[in-house]
Ligand binder design. Structure first.
Ligand SMILES: [Fe+2]
Length: 489
């Protein structure tokens, strides 16, 4: 076990900084690497080889103004599996903001609650803290509000710079770019406050920009995710956007508009701007898709529909919906949207009305192809971002196939990510990996489940000697993929 590397100029955080910077959210003060950690249950599977990476906010300095988890400096936590041996590492993403503040010794940027992108008196921090995507030999750290794509070494977590293909567009990239692991292409979008309000692009397996087109939206919007099929990409125009009056005053306030539809735009993978076709659905916000695929003339997208808050009479409570979204109160149901490219017909269906599920993954090697299984976080409590369990679904029927909850009141699971076994023989032949923090015992573990049946509990549980702050999204990069990347360079 190696000693953590202390970072100088780190101001300690505590309860006084508020609930989003203490308890399960308490930021770490250092970067570290641990091997041969105590095994609490089972054994690390020999056919699990690769690295699970997870991004999250970890402010280095006491924040300026009001803090929101989207503001914290991005930190990557990694669990690398190599022949039954585990190494756990954490490292900050060296963003421009991180480096500037490193030199200043104090926070010089502001968060989303107090400023707007583009203000020079209160520069907003592009924190690269939201999502990680394995592509073209490296991992990209991305930010939800569209920022730069920071290139990370998947093994030592070193920041290698900014992805040049994205930088060459003159624009940005949102979190939740999608990689087609069969072709090696990465599809991405950005969004912002200036017309046309969105762009869509494709980066090839070689890391070069292959396609980039403007997508005109009715106004500035706040999409969060996208989806891809083998031949199409699905972009989101959601009825959630900034309060324009507040925006003029430089404040970040969002409104939900139940009078507007949710629109899904289907564009050929290399389509022109005018080839996008929009399909209208019932109004909702939508954080995360699970996957999408083609079924004859139909485009099918499965995801987690954010359920708008309701008044007592069943009508949508727009104000409370916007407030809940802003405060990361997640209320979502497994949902399927279907669009017929020939007839224009649409259909949407709740697949499971009972469970509040989010932070999904599937077998990412099949992104854009029909997948039968999804692995989602399961929320029983109401604390923002507290996921108490993990649920496996049949995405065709919405039937829960298995689920696991350890300690309903105190468990905080990270996004459960599917990692295929070496030489996997079926879609769900592999493992589901998640960090778990128990707020009562202050115990952090890495839990590994057999993806074929979560209900038997972790097949391996490893003690982590410190908390891993609650965060956002992860990815799995298999050892074979790393080897392929290394061989091609
Ligand atoms: Fe997200």
């Amino acid at each position: 076990m190696n000693a953590p590397t202390a970072i100088e100029n780190f101001a300690p955080f505590g309860e006084a900084q508020g609930p989003m910077l203490s308890g399960p959210f308490a930021p770490l003060a250092d970067e570290s690497e641990y091997t041969d950690l105590p095994l609490l249950k089972g054994s690390i599977p020999a056919d699990l080889n690769g690295v699970y990476l997870r991004a999250g906010p970890n402010p280095r300095f006491v924040p300026n103004g009001r803090y929101h988890p989207f503001d914290g400096d991005g930190m990557v936590h990694a669990a690398e599996f190599r022949n039954g041996r585990l190494t756990v590492r954490n490292r900050w993403v060296r963003t421009d903001a991180w480096q500037e503040e490193d030199a200043a010794g104090v926070a010089t940027h502001w968060g989303i609650r107090d400023t707007m992108m583009g203000r020079t008196d209160k520069p907003m921090r592009d924190a690269a803290n939201t999502d990680l995507v394995g592509h073209a030999g490296k991992v990209l750290a991305l930010w939800y509000m569209a920022g730069d794509a920071y290139v990370i070494d998947p093994i030592n977590l070193e920041t290698l710079g900014k992805q040049s293909a994205i930088a060459s567009t003159g624009g940005k990239i949102s979190a939740h770019a999608k990689v087609d692991e069969i072709t090696g292409e990465m599809m991405f979008f950005d969004y912002g406050n200036q017309a046309p309000y969105m762009h869509y692009g494709v980066v090839g397996a070689d890391g070069e920009l292959k396609h980039h087109v403007p997508i005109t939206l009715p106004g500035p919007r706040l999409p969060h995710d996208m989806a891809v099929t083998e031949h199409y990409s699905i972009l989101h125009d959601l009825p959630l956007f900034h309060d324009h009056e507040a925006m003029k005053l430089g404040r970040h306030k969002i409104d939900f508009h139940p009078e507007l539809p949710t629109r899904l735009g289907v564009i050929p993978r290399f389509g022109r701007s005018d080839e996008i076709r929009w399909f209208d659905f019932t109004p909702c916000f939508l954080y995360h898709t699970i996957n999408a695929w083609e079924d004859g003339d139909n485009i099918v997208m499965v995801g987690c529909r954010y359920m708008p808050a309701q008044h007592a009479d069943g009508s949508i409570d727009a104000q409370r919906t916007a407030k809940n979204i802003a405060e990361l109160v997640m209320t979502a149901r497994l949902w399927r949207w279907t669009m017929n490219l020939k007839t224009g017909a649409v259909k949407e269906q709740c697949l499971d009305a009972e469970h509040n599920v989010e932070f999904p993954s599937c077998n990412a090697a099949l992104m854009g192809r029909r997948t039968r299984y999804g692995y989602l976080s399961d929320q029983h409590a109401t604390s923002a971002l507290q996921w108490n369990g993990i649920r496996k679904y049949d995405l065709e029927t919405g039937r829960s196939l298995s689920a696991w909850t350890d300690d309903v009141d105190h468990s905080w699971y990270s996004e459960p990510w599917f990692a295929a076994a070496d030489n996997a023989q079926s879609e769900d032949h592999g493992y589901v990996i998640a960090f778990q923090f128990n707020a009562a015992t202050k115990r952090e573990t890495l839990d590994i489940f057999d993806a074929r049946d979560l209900s038997t509990g972790p097949v391996a549980q490893i003690s982590i000697p410190r908390n891993i702050p609650t965060g956002f999204h992860g990815c799995w990069v298999s050892a074979q993929r790393v080897a392929r990347w290394n061989a091609s360079t």
